[in-house]
Write a protein that binds this ligand. Sequence first.
Ligand code: SF4
Length: 482
Amino acid sequence: MTATVLTPLRTEWLALKPALSGDVRRTGRSRGLAAPLTGPAVIAGVAGALDASLVPGDLVVATRVGERELPAAPLLAGALRRAGLRVHLGPVHTAERVVDDPAERARLAATGAIAVDTESALLLAGLEHAVVVRAIVDTPEQRLLSAGMPVRGLRALAALRSAGPVIEQWAAAAADREVVLASPRSFCAGVERAIDIVDKSLERNGAPVYVRRQIVHNRHVVADLEAKGAVFVEEVEEVPEGATVVLAAHGVAPAVRADARRRHLQVIDATCPLVAKVHAEVKRFAGQDHTVFLIGHADHEEVVGTYGEAPDNIVVVNDPDHALTVEAIDPAKVSYVMQTTLAVDEAEKTAAILRERFPALRAPRKDDICYATSNRQQAVRTVARECELVIVLGSRNSSNSLRLAEVARGEGAAAYLVDDLGEIELSWLQGVRSVGITAGASAPPRLVDEVVAGLAGLGPVTVRETEVVSENVRFTLPREVS
Ligand code: SF4
């Protein structure tokens, strides 16, 4: 299967044809398809701008044309942006005739559309799997029938030509696919609780609500809460005296709480109870004069917070190699704890080496790697065994998301960690018929839905879910917001 490229005008066809090896059709102005196409298609041509921020030569990828949603738009827009092109995402309106009248443009702009053409809606009526890309030729200030039009026309066609190699990649990535969803995936109970805490603080206290560091390690969660009025700060010193501050889910060192007290801040603690459990274990072991091996990544915020509980007793152990060399003051008084979001297998190897080197080593009462981390790793392992490619939704600073990609690669699948649909590279999809999808514990479930819907722009998608375990963990909210 490949994608058909549909260009209404001869000039548009001439601009794109040289870059494309497949089926490129001229459809004619203001006309639909003579017969529906079952395969995927790219509608490409020029358009007029409705939004004042667009200039001739900009590309618009339509998120919607009329009532028709086009969920693959961010996937195409991301590829075009990575190719260095100036791209806008937004609704496109299809008019019955060319719109040049300023009052008519203003009326259409008021509907939310950012560009207007004369064919996309007609062509989409005959297409199931489609994207629309348009190059801006005229704007409200630089109207169609005004001086400089030929130059603007050439600029728009040059932009279309530049989009050619990406459209060629799109055509090559077209396929019917099976999507396998890992289950469980996405939000864990600790992340849901942390987000609820900020939401409820905003409801009760109004904006702004200050949050120290990212509440959870996900760019979309942070942006959503910022839009509601949360203000993220690096340190409590940035919070006005007496204001409310929420402490993030991955926990903090006692010194941070002391700083907050000094500034008379109202603290609402969103530390995940399972991270708090590790802090409690450290205090217990340190209280017995143990050297506490903290298996984890030294620069991760959770480890920084846990370390702060007993810096004189804790030795951070990064990996199995490091476990071969670490020392304890008294080998008879040693214990270990773990960061909650490690790769289960590697962390167990590290612990095994420590056990061998320090026979008196005491373990935590209950596993530190949390239920959500181990369940998501188990689920992605199952999916990776069945799929050629695994997409992990999550941010680069999310430890458990990074581990999911590593676990999938360990099973032999190509695996990539992306923040959202727009970061998926078309080259990853070429020749791939089975795609596994999961999401880190801090990544919103909607991101998975968006990827599934976006892949359908490249051809028919069947979706299946593999549930390895069902989760029903919930944590209560702190009294300040319950
Ligand atoms: S990943 Fe685990 S430790 Fe981290 S917030 Fe979620 S449940 Fe808590």
